[in-house]
Write a protein that binds this ligand. Structure first.
Ligand code: HEC
Ligand code: HEC
Ligand code: HEC
Ligand code: HEC
Ligand code: HEC
Length: 446
């Protein structure tokens, strides 16, 4: 009898203890869609939070046009031609369509089918995360535990709809790192926002992702709750022009204010990353382009474009705009033999670009992060880092005396324009967002 009950306890307890908490690839097909509640259920009480979330990229992580285009026209199409990519391409959904991934519904139906994949990174995806499965967090390493308990950052809250439990992970950056750090099949860190944060000044001072992307404000987190400081669910980032604006402060000054008509002048531009907690750009670095455009206007109103001075570091060629072609590897999923590629940059030749190029197995630039075999020079602007760019200019022979005004403009595009045009991605993904501008002047004398 005793032996029997010990045996029974053993049978019940061991599988629970022995079972590794499922996270990452073990989540595939581990749950059912019906294990997760719909955001509309949460909406009935968490009205404000729901409306914020619907405006954020979290709710559009599967349905957003560029996500649909890249996933189906490049990633799924690539895996059809190269079957060894199947697991990695299924894995896109571990972060972009977590419910579909956990239900084993991969690839999920297209967004137009209106399946539950469309819920994206939903309330119940985040609030049923019970633990972080790996250190460092990477590739949807969240431990999902759907059910009655909604986990959060506040202790002892009471809700008529669910139980609540406070877990420390809800105030830790690793929680976000579950999906904001990513390694690809070549073992390359193709996304490392949380790791960048960890190496930077904000980690040391305990300024978390939540403090900048989910700032707290006085309000009610549920219709029946008391007023309190509430974590906003804005998740505003690269898709919010207001968030991007002013991220980098720029200042410029000449080496000399008053110069003779035949002088060679030098202008310096300082770029100080005052706002991001990670590098800028971060996240989808393979898609993004951040560039500095400098012009001069003489006393007659004639405009000149000034190319940046070279610094001669390894890999610098990727950081100075050119009209060469790149992204030839898109030819494979698109079924174009010997594809010549499209423009690498699509911005004025000679402008400085702050980027880190992703290189395919043949060493050509790629936007297909899963096809990245190495990373090029990292010339992004780190958190609180200042970079200085110099523009040396021999004044043209016919320069009039009087004032020359210089203007520097730092621009940002979420997706390089030639790629956006090639794949027919709607224009808002390649709109030019102005991060900041600066001006200075010199006086030319006879
Ligand atoms: C019937 C109303 C109602 C519904 C429906 C509801 N909640 Fe709540 N929820 C509450 C109330 C009330 C609180 C406590 C608020 C307080 O006292 O600050 C709460 C608290 C929470 C918290 C905070 C937990 C903590 O410890 O910090 C989370 C997270 C949460 N709810 C998530 C959800 C999610 C996800 C859904 C949908 C699946 C949902 N809720 C549906 C009423 C509701
Ligand atoms: C990307 C993950 C994520 C998503 C998606 C998400 N939340 Fe949260 N939520 C959090 C985190 C993290 C916190 C705690 C933040 C903090 O305290 O700094 C939080 C806090 C909350 C709180 C407590 C707020 C407070 O400070 O009183 C409620 C309630 C809540 N979430 C409900 C929801 C609902 C409802 C949705 C969907 C409409 C949702 N969340 C979507 C991550 C998420
Ligand atoms: C379950 C995975 C997951 C978790 C957990 C998660 N995110 Fe995200 N997040 C995503 C995905 C996927 C996107 C991209 C949406 C898109 O554009 O397709 C995204 C987008 C964002 C964006 C918008 C970026 C832009 O380009 O506009 C911000 C900001 C963000 N997340 C912040 C956070 C923060 C802060 C946390 C932690 C509190 C967090 N995320 C946790 C998956 C996640
Ligand atoms: C000190 C404030 C601050 C902190 C801390 C911070 N961010 Fe950001 N984040 C920003 C700003 C400002 C932007 C807008 C500029 C940009 O797009 O990079 C941004 C942009 C982003 C983007 C879009 C990046 C891009 O260029 O496409 C993502 C994703 C993101 N943050 C996630 C996170 C995560 C995850 C953490 C924590 C590991 C975090 N952030 C910590 C301020 C912060
Ligand atoms: C580990 C989680 C993770 C995996 C796996 C993942 N992504 Fe993402 N993806 C993200 C996050 C987080 C962002 C937002 C980064 C940012 O805004 O800079 C993002 C951004 C994107 C964007 C850009 C969205 C925009 O509007 O700028 C596209 C497109 C995309 N992912 C497609 C894919 C495809 C296709 C795959 C599979 C090959 C994939 N992702 C795998 C987390 C992931």
């Amino acid at each position: 009898m005793k032996i029997m009950s010990i045996f029974l306890i053993f049978c019940i307890v061991m599988p629970i203890l022995g079972q590794p908490l499922p996270h990452g690839e073990a989540l595939k097909g581990r749950w059912k869609y019906s294990d997760f509640e719909k955001p509309e259920v949460c909406k009935s009480c968490h009205v404000d939070i729901y409306q914020q979330w619907t405006q954020s990229m979290m709710s559009q992580s599967y349905t957003h046009h560029w996500d649909e285009i890249e996933y189906f026209d490049l990633a799924v199409a690539h895996a059809e031609k190269v079957p060894s990519l199947k697991d990695a391409v299924d894995g896109c959904n571990g972060c972009h369509a977590p419910l579909a991934y956990m239900a084993g519904d991969v690839p999920p139906p297209r967004p137009a089918a209106n399946s539950r994949a469309n819920e994206g990174v939903s309330c119940d995806v985040c609030h049923t995360i019970r633990a972080i499965g790996s250190d460092p967090p990477v590739n949807f390493s969240y431990v999902a535990s759907p059910g009655r308990v909604k986990y959060g950052a506040k202790p002892g809250l009471k809700s008529p709809h669910h139980d609540t439990e406070m877990l420390d992970i809800y105030t830790q950056t690793e929680f976000c790192g579950n999906c904001h750090n990513e390694k690809n099949p070549y073992d390359i860190w193709v996304k490392s926002t949380q790791l960048e944060w960890k190496e930077g000044p904000y980690a040391e001072q305990g300024v978390t992702c939540m403090q900048c992307h989910m700032p707290k404000a006085l309000g009610k987190n549920a219709t029946m709750a008391k007023e309190d400081m509430v974590a906003q669910h804005l998740f505003h980032g690269a898709h919010d022009p207001g968030k991007v604006a002013g991220t980098v402060e720029i200042r410029m000054h000449p080496e000399e204010r008053e110069v003779p008509y035949d002088a060679t002048v030098a202008i310096k531009v300082q770029l100080f990353n005052a706002k991001t907690g990670h590098k800028f750009p971060s996240g989808s670095v393979e898609d993004r382009i951040l560039w500095l455009h400098v012009t001069a206007v003489d006393a007659n109103g004639k405009e000149y474009h000034l190319p940046v001075d070279k610094k001669d570091f390894d890999g610098e060629a990727y950081t100075i705009a050119s009209d060469e072609l790149a992204y030839q590897d898109m030819g494979v999923p698109r079924g174009i033999a010997n594809f010549a590629g499209v423009g690498r940059d699509g911005v004025p030749v000679g402008d400085r670009i702050f980027r880190m190029p992703y290189l395919d197995p043949e060493g050509r630039m790629t936007i297909m992060q899963w096809n990245t075999k190495s990373l090029g020079v990292d010339y992004r602007i780190g958190p609180r880092e200042t970079k200085i760019e110099t523009y040396t200019w021999q004044l043209p022979d016919d320069i009039p005396v009087g004032k020359i005004t210089f203007k520097a403009q730092l621009n940002y595009q979420k997706l390089v324009k030639p790629v956006a045009d090639f794949l027919n991605v709607p224009a808002d993904e390649s709109e030019i967002m102005v991060v900041n501008t600066a001006t200075t002047y010199i006086e030319v004398y006879e």
